[in-house]
Design a protein around this ligand. Structure first.
Ligand SMILES: [Zn+2]
Length: 116
């Protein structure tokens, strides 16, 4: 399986589960259009940020109901949280380094979405 096939498989899976939660292709298009940055890397950061926040919220909500040792949700949550933790730590280190070296912000992540 090449990378494009892998992406399509993940996208198909995401679309199926998203539909279960009432998310449509139009919702995804509207979200993408709300991102103001023209640089693809900044947009990818915004998409990741939304997923990161979701992983943290799901993990927080799951904790009181976790059945424990045999839980099937904890391993993927652990993987997701590891990715969130590593990504945010790297982003924070990069921002601290940028401030120490007084470089301008690359993308202005704090002003990332259009006003409604
Ligand atoms: Zn669990």
């Amino acid at each position: 399986m090449d990378d494009l096939q892998l992406m399509q498989n993940v996208l198909d899976r995401a679309e199926r589960i998203a539909a279960h939660y009432g998310v449509t292709g139009q919702d995804a298009t509207t979200y993408a259009q709300s991102l103001t940055h023209s640089h693809w890397l900044a947009r990818m950061g915004m998409y990741s940020s939304g997923a990161q926040q979701a992983v943290v919220k799901i993990a927080e909500a799951h904790l009181p109901d976790c059945p424990g040792e045999d839980c099937t949700l904890c391993p993927p949550l652990r993987d997701g949280l590891t990715s969130v933790f590593a990504g945010l730590r790297e982003l924070q280190n990069s921002e601290l380094e940028r401030r120490v070296n007084q470089r301008p912000a690359l993308f202005g992540f704090l002003n990332r979405r259009r006003e409604a």
